[in-house]
Design a protein around this ligand. Structure first.
Ligand SMILES: [Zn+2]
Length: 234
């Protein structure tokens, strides 16, 4: 059974893994180093198995979720050692299957069916390789590509994801402000009608008071001279 995992949860899992691997400040971590020396301390019994290309006929790599292993083609391993973009994404994707606790053997092939778990692993790879807190500083895919050593396509997709997250965050913030204004508006009506009355009172302009509020009222009156009476803000 496929478990639904939200993008937010996946971002958390990826961030947590970066924390545990002590690479929070690393833009482009060496995945081979992580897989060979570090991941075993986080994922019990983890092993990276390098096999000849022909032994993984239909996949560049595959994760075995019950054994906690990742099998990788020799050529992909070598490519990742040279920081090759595609190989890095492939390996991060397979790590995703393990840390998201998927089930079974997950081959990474071009023909793999687009299941929910594949989508989750793909999203994990993006979150792990280009974490939000670092990637959000970039405005162009080319810069993301260079900083995180990922492919152009992967960088462009991440940039779109970040833009989507930003839009949602802004919308949330706007909703919060709109609600606050709505809650506060009854008080504003009262305050503004008092202000309106004060301004209309005889002698207001010549008031000798030097209190800040009077000054402010007097000033706001002058700037609104041609638009009396003052109307409550909606
Ligand atoms: Zn996969």
């Amino acid at each position: 059974m496929t478990r639904y995992i939200s993008e937010e949860e996946i971002e958390e899992v990826a961030l947590d893994l970066r924390k545990k691997l002590k690479i929070l400040d690393v833009f482009a971590p060496d995945l081979i180093e992580l897989l060979e020396f570090k991941l075993k301390y986080i994922l019990p019994k983890f092993r990276l198995i390098i096999v000849p290309d022909h032994a993984l006929r239909n996949a560049e790599a595959e994760a075995d979720c019950s054994e906690n292993t990742i099998k990788v083609r020799q050529s992909v391993y070598e490519d990742a050692s040279r920081m090759g973009a595609r190989a890095r994404t492939t390996l991060a994707h397979e790590i995703g299957h393990l840390v998201l606790k998927h089930e079974g053997i997950r081959p990474r092939s071009v023909t793999a069916a687009v299941t929910a778990e594949e989508v989750q692993a793909r999203y994990f790879a993006a979150s792990f390789l280009m974490p939000l807190y670092l990637a959000k500083k970039f405005r162009s895919a080319a810069k993301i590509e260079g900083a995180f050593q990922v492919s152009k396509e992967t960088a462009e997709r991440r940039l779109r994801e970040i833009a989507k997250h930003n839009r949602l965050a802004q919308k949330k913030q706007r909703e919060w402000i709109e609600k606050a204004i709505e809650r506060q508006s009854p008080f504003a009506d009262t305050a503004l009608s008092l202000l309106d009355r004060a301004i209309r009172a005889p002698g207001f302009e010549r008031s000798p008071s030097r209190s800040v509020s009077r000054h402010w009222i007097a000033r706001s009156r002058r700037s609104n001279e041609r638009s009396t009476p003052i109307r409550p803000l909606n």
